[in-house]
Design a protein around this ligand. Structure first.
Ligand code: NAP
Length: 309
């Protein structure tokens, strides 16, 4: 029974240290030194495409250390029928919630305007809105979106959520399915994208969607870069349809140095750091999934390959 870790060496060390702290006997090998492919029955993959996993004839499960598995599902040589688990980690969830709440509060408390005013030596004395004056919509009400909704709700924001299936979340108005998207968007001050990247959500943040938002709305995209039509965003910002965009994810990462997003005055960008899985908190579930895979039991946080998340 051997685990193979397929990732960058620094990332791998962090994980194997945390796994070894839980089970010092765990037999781990590192990509690409897998030895006999028939020894490998569990593969842990990080944020990059792992290489051809179909070469391991006894593979019982694939565990992602990332919450989003779009890159994995699109990788070549993904063996059909081998279950895939994604990462659900309280360290990751907590970081994402902190990031999004911080960005929402920065917007409500006029952070960008006040920083610009300080730079210009202007005493900008104007009364900020309060959370209860603001309507926030969350695209994606899964592990991450629902935690953010709970925290923003406790601050007093008016909340809407959009998902495939309707949700019953106290203090939140739920919208489900493509037909409900325009009604969800109308009246939002802040739109947060926390959708997984699938065939249905690719390019979802485009001119058609922005047209349903009120003028001056703010976009926070922490889902995936390929969900955003970049040219449509620039146009929406330049026309005033959107007043600002906070972007953590991009089509091409790292964002190329000549990309217009770097210098656009309406864009705040961060280098895909909103939330990363913490090995210290995530290793326990990986070990549990390893045990489950060996026992032939259903995995925790199993990906629905048909749905794509
Ligand atoms: P999750 O638990 O799988 O939740 C996904 C949510 O999206 C669900 O509510 C789902 O609806 C909804 N959804 C999916 N496809 C949809 C569609 N076509 N129409 C409407 N709703 C749809 O995922 P999560 O753990 O919250 O993570 C979400 C994403 O965040 C990840 O996939 C990843 O891309 C991104 N992420 C980013 C970072 C970062 O650092 N920027 C870090 C971690 C994750 P149902 O509930 O009805 O199924």
């Amino acid at each position: 029974m051997t685990i193979l870790y397929a990732a960058e060496p620094e990332e791998a060390t962090q994980w194997t240290d945390s796994l070894a702290a839980l089970d010092a006997q765990l037999p781990v090998r590192f990509w690409p030194d897998w030895g006999d492919p028939a020894d490998i029955d569990f593969v842990i993959v990080g944020g990059r495409s792992p290489g051809d996993l179909s070469i391991f004839p006894k593979l019982k499960a694939i565990q992602s250390t990332w919450a989003g598995v779009n890159h994995l599902l699109r990788s070549e040589g993904l063996p059909a029928g081998v279950p895939i688990a994604r990462m659900v980690d309280r360290g990751l969830t907590g970081s994402m919630t902190e990031f999004v709440v911080y960005q929402v509060l920065d917007e409500i408390r006029q952070g960008p305007e006040l920083r610009a005013a300080q730079k210009a030596g202007i005493w900008l004395e104007q009364i900020a809105r309060q959370a209860r004056d603001v309507t926030v919509g969350i695209l994606g009400l899964g592990t991450l979106g629902s935690d953010i909704a709970a925290k923003l709700g406790s601050l007093g924001c008016n909340l809407r959520g959009w998902s495939r299936s309707p949700k019953d979340v106290p203090g939140l108005t739920s919208f489900a399915g493509a037909e409900a998207l325009p009604a969800f968007l109308g009246g939002l001050d802040i739109l947060i994208c926390l959708l997984p990247l699938t065939g249905d959500t690719e390019n979802i943040l485009d001119a058609k969607l922005f047209a349903h938002l009120p003028d001056g709305a703010v976009l926070i995209n922490v889902g995936r870069g390929a969900q955003l039509n970049e040219a449509d965003l620039i146009q929406a910002l330049d026309s005033g349809r959107l007043s600002r965009a906070v972007l953590d994810v991009f089509r091409e990462e790292p964002l190329p140095p000549d990309h217009p997003f770097w210098r656009h005055p309406g864009i705040t960008l961060t280098p895909h750091v909103a939330a990363i899985t913490r090995a210290g908190t995530g290793a326990g579930d990986i070990l549990e999934n390893y045990r489950r895979a060996m026992a032939g039991e259903p995995l925790l946080n199993k990906v629905d390959v048909m749905k794509g998340y």
